[in-house]
Design a protein around this ligand. Structure first.
Ligand code: SF4
Length: 389
């Protein structure tokens, strides 16, 4: 049986090689945003590429500052989301990881995470002169039939759009398989996090971050199911470490991709991040007991960033309780205005429940907005606060 590490390496390299090879073979390529119903496009033989995920690769390989600088030289404002800045800078930069992304034939954007992606993809469509399809997901639709019908019709229009521009038709059996694989991957992804409800935790937060790529960029595939299955098994079976009385922390929001461990220094076995809620944003709510198109409606309209504020805060407070959290570190990520809006109400709810919290200001991908000294001081003083409480 292959180890999770071997499977992950394969998924990662295959993803970039497959996209480059597909371009050579004339297969249709779509650039898509993070919460696009990828299962539909894959079932139509479209090769899907995520520029946001590629921006993470660029940030982790320390290329982001040069690429962001290149986009600033091309007159993009520095206060845009750094993922978009990295993408805009890519065309002016010649040392791209994996040789860059292949050129797309179509673009698909959604508004179930933010408004930035819509503007970003509109600009790409203009510059590259290629067709763009936008999916509108109203928030909090629940079981409202008119809203569900509205989204269903958009998913049908997506199929028509992809068919028109690629000449491919949808393989219904493949769609069923893709959705079933997505459900299974999400179930295992959640269970992997839940291993950390116990003390000591089974997987450090940076290990979970390192396992994120397949559920972001290869959801719906058999390889991703195999990966999470192996990761879960390995960690369920690992010997129980000695019980420690650690301070249990929740890191709210984005990690810092440019740091080696994706989180700042200052944490250890006594003061540990047991959960980063950001990684659970990819545990989508695929509805069971309905057909695959219905299941996709629930999954993609109910993404974390598309929920009303009160629902988001309730969800995080539920995690605080379930994971026995002692303190919360909120990453005020300059790039993401949608996520920034959570911080004030979250801290109010935490304070009401007597859970200490601290805010760290930085950026997920641009190290120019990160001060090691300031962040280090904040973490140290938060540790003192928790010791005294
Ligand atoms: S980081 Fe925030 S602003 Fe940037 S693409 Fe993601 S959701 Fe949108």
């Amino acid at each position: 049986m292959e180890s999770s590490k071997t499977i992950l390496t394969k998924i990662f390299t295959d993803y970039y090689l497959t996209a480059a090879q597909a371009k050579k073979e004339g297969k249709p390529i779509a650039y898509i945003t993070a919460f696009t119903p990828v299962e539909i496009l894959r079932a139509m033989g479209v090769v899907c590429v995520y520029p946001e995920s590629y921006a993470v690769v660029c940030a982790a390989s320390k290329k982001a500052p040069d690429m962001i600088h290149a986009s600033q030289m091309a007159a993009f404002a520095q206060d845009l989301c750094s993922y978009s800045m990295i993408d805009f800078g890519a065309e002016h930069y010649d040392r791209l990881p994996y040789g860059g992304l292949p050129e797309p034939d179509i673009l698909i954007a959604t508004n179930n995470q933010c408004g930035t992606t819509l503007l970003w993809f509109k600009l790409l469509a203009q510059k590259k002169n290629i067709p763009l399809f936008i999916i509108d997901y109203p928030d909090a639709i629940g079981q409202q039939l008119t809203m569900r019908d509205y989204i269903r019709r958009q998913h049908e229009s997506l199929i028509a759009f992809a068919q028109e521009h690629t000449q491919n038709t949808i393989d219904s059996q493949m769609l069923v398989e893709q959705v079933e694989n997505s459900k299974k991957a999400c179930r295992d992804w959640k269970r992997i996090h839940e291993l950390n409800k116990q003390s000591p935790i089974r997987l450090s937060a940076d290990k979970i971050i390192n396992a994120l790529f397949p559920i972001v960029a290869a959801k719906g595939t058999q390889g991703t199911c195999d990966y999470y299955d192996a990761l879960l098994r390995e960690n369920q079976e690992s010997p129980q470490a000695e019980l420690m009385d650690a301070t249990r922390l929740l890191w709210h929001g984005y990690p810092m991709w440019f740091l080696g461990k994706k989180f700042p220094a200052g944490f250890d076995a006594d003061f540990q991040i047991v959960l980063n809620d950001y990684t659970l944003w990819w545990d989508l709510d695929y509805e069971e007991g309905v057909d695959e198109m219905e299941s996709l409606i629930t999954a993609y309209s109910n993404t974390y960033l598309n929920r009303p504020l009160e629902q988001k805060i309730d969800w995080i407070m539920g995690l605080v309780k379930d994971y026995s959290i002692d303190g919360v570190i909120c990453h005020a990520n300059r790039s993401c205005r949608r996520a920034l809006a959570d911080i004030v109400p979250l801290r109010k709810a935490l304070s009401k429940n007597k859970i200490p919290s601290v805010v760290i200001e930085s950026d997920m991908a641009n190290p120019d907005f990160y001060s090691k000294e300031q962040v280090g001081l904040r973490i140290e003083s938060f540790r003192e606060t928790l010791r005294a409480s």
